[in-house]
Design a protein around this ligand. Sequence first.
Ligand code: BG6
Ligand code: MG
Length: 215
Amino acid sequence: MIKACIFDLDGVVVDTAKYHYLAWKRLAAEFGFEFMEIHNERLKGVSRMRSLEILLEVGGINMSAGEKERAAARKNQWYVEYISEMTPAEILPGVTQFLDYLKSIDMKIALGSASKNAGMILERTNLASVFDAVIDGKKVSKAKPDPEVFIKGAEALGIFKAEECLVFEDAEAGVEAALSAGMYCIGIGSPKILQKAHKVIPGFQGVQPADLLRF
Ligand code: BG6
Ligand code: MG
């Protein structure tokens, strides 16, 4: 029986995946190459520095550690400009209703995100008080697909049996992280990309909440 739900943030709760993509695309353009959506899929769920490394690999660019730090900081500055304008209207369709349902049945809810900007996004969208625990990029040392973020999320909720946890993820790396934690995982997005998840849904709009929790 599922006793805790752990949500990824970017691309699951809010539509911030598009802002990450815009900022990376802008950085790539400065380096003189086009960063396309097909490449962007590999960046989802992974840490900022790892994302930069993938982007540089795509563009065939070498950089020193110092240059990488500066490039990642530049990308983040643009990203923060985008998200600082966010409002609750950018919570993805059906998410608020699903979270309300989980609250009504006393389900424990955590956030498990790789982002160091999670706190700001939760504030801008009025979601900060919804989660019983928030594990974000500032609290983990190993990025997805490592399961650390979800294991810490479950622990923070006081749940110690992985099979009682259900993770919602839009990234392949995130699905892998949930599975290697031994948790159930529902993919949000395309079944082609998230095929390893236990179930895949396009989004939360129109779902029967109780059905999602049945395994
Ligand atoms: C994840 C995103 O949630 O957070 C990744 O899917 C992103 O694309 C990662 O790189 C780190 O985010 P941030 O906000 O710390 O740069
Ligand atoms: Mg995500």
